[in-house]
Design a protein around this ligand. Structure first.
Ligand SMILES: [Zn+2]
Length: 403
């Protein structure tokens, strides 16, 4: 999905490369549509029905797709439906945060079949997060022994920058959390393939796959939670920059010498729009509330107290200003907002956020985007992380699982 490491050459693709590409496309289409037919796959790919029939036979023999009944066609002849075989392969996706981890188990139809959360402690250290992850995996494995036999691996949505070094090893740099740089594989002691990616980018992967950014070439997918993140979709792909950190909007300075941010800098977007910053602003304004999470943010957004209303007005204006700058920079067709704070904001203030953003952007780009909430809600980061093992399965060489 990312295009990472893809080297394009001028030489023509070999026959086996073309077959592999066709196979990947057919498998992806069956999983994404949930139900299709050989004729529909042929139409979609431009391949002959005979070629598609061959590919489908292979995928059925590998246990990845299955025939799922038939329906009458317009000509009266029954058409056999194809569907992903849910038990054909399994994937794990994890939303790794500073306060714990949510690990979700998906089957090949990308239906979530189990979920485990560990953590809840304030300001967890990286070792505690790794322990949470392993405990969550232990629990899921004990409840799901059969899926574990066909587990492709785990994708981690991580609170920091993920880069691959020269040997292809992924490293996590979570500066804002004060964690030391760590190889991504060291976060998981279970014996399985591990992929990592920045959580804002995995959120965007889910929305690109089948959510609010599906089929959109130019999009911004914003994550508003305790941290603030962003994925820039350009020409249908996640923009990465030189090594991967493109989209670190949370640490773009919007006030010179402004509020101290967790990254060590001052005046960052996150220092105004992160959950802790929002609640701190409310507290400074005289607000009183319990806790620091979902409930407190909900109380703020629903309050009719003039103090709270003023804080929310300012929040909407600041968000609009920060988004307006992004709209000018990237000229998106769509702006998608997710994360637990973002989703709460979109519930009650979508039209005001949209108006504030348009007002802060140039007239042309400001009039060319539409604003949407993330489709997948609070589970988007984990679902998107599971896209990494899913994509690995889809790209896997033909027949390599059938042995
Ligand atoms: Zn910062």
């Amino acid at each position: 999905m990312s295009g990472r490491g893809v080297v394009t050459t001028a030489s023509p693709a070999t026959v086996s490369e073309v077959r592999q590409r066709n196979r990947s496309q057919a498998l992806r289409s069956v999983i994404l549509t949930g139900e299709t037919s050989r004729a529909a796959l042929a139409r979609e790919s431009g391949l002959s029905v005979a070629s598609v029939t061959n590919l489908v036979s292979e995928l059925i023999s590998e246990g990845l797709i299955m025939e799922a009944g038939s329906v009458a066609s317009s000509g009266g002849r029954p058409v056999t439906l194809l569907a992903p075989n849910p038990a054909g392969a399994y994937f794990l996706g994890a939303d790794v945060g500073e306060r714990g981890v949510a690990v979700e188990l998906f089957d090949l139809s990308m239906t979530r079949i189990d979920r485990e959360f560990r953590g809840g402690r304030e300001g967890e250290k990286i070792e505690a997060i790794a322990a949470d992850l392993d405990e969550a995996l232990d629990a899921l494995r004990s409840r799901n022994p059969a899926p574990w036999e066909r587990m492709v691996g785990i994708g981690l949505g991580l609170p920091g920058i993920v880069e691959s070094d020269a040997d292809g090893r992924q490293m996590l740099y979570a500066q804002s959390l004060g964690w030391p740089p760590i190889p991504v594989v060291d976060l998981v002691s279970h014996d399985m393939a591990v992929w990592g990616e920045n959580g804002a980018k995995t959120q965007a992967m889910a929305e690109l796959w089948d959510g609010s950014a599906r089929g959109v070439d130019e999009a911004l997918v914003v994550l508003l939670g305790r941290g603030v993140g962003l994925a820039i979709v350009s020409r249908g792909e996640l923009a990465r920059g030189l090594t991967s950190s493109a989209g670190e909007w949370g640490h773009v300075k919007i006030v010179r010498n402004g509020r101290l941010c967790r990254c060590g800098g001052r005046g960052c977007v996150e220092a105004y729009l992160g959950a802790d910053a929002i609640l701190e602003t409310w507290r400074e304004a005289g607000g009183t509330f319990e806790g620091s999470g979902w409930r407190a943010i909900g109380e703020l957004l629903e309050s009719s107290d003039p103090l709270a209303v003023a804080v929310v007005d300012d929040l909407v204006a600041t968000l609009g200003s920060a988004l307006g700058g992004l709209v000018n920079l990237t000229n998106p067709e769509r702006v998608v907002i997710g994360g637990w704070v973002g989703l709460r904001l979109m519930e009650g203030f979508a039209s005001r956020i949209e108006a504030a953003t348009r007002a802060e952007a140039l007239v042309r780009p400001g009039g060319q985007f539409s604003l949407h909430a993330c489709r997948f809600g609070g589970d988007t980061v984990a679902l998107g992380a599971a896209m990494m093992p899913l994509e690995a399965l889809i790209a896997e060489p033909r027949g390599s699982r059938s042995a």
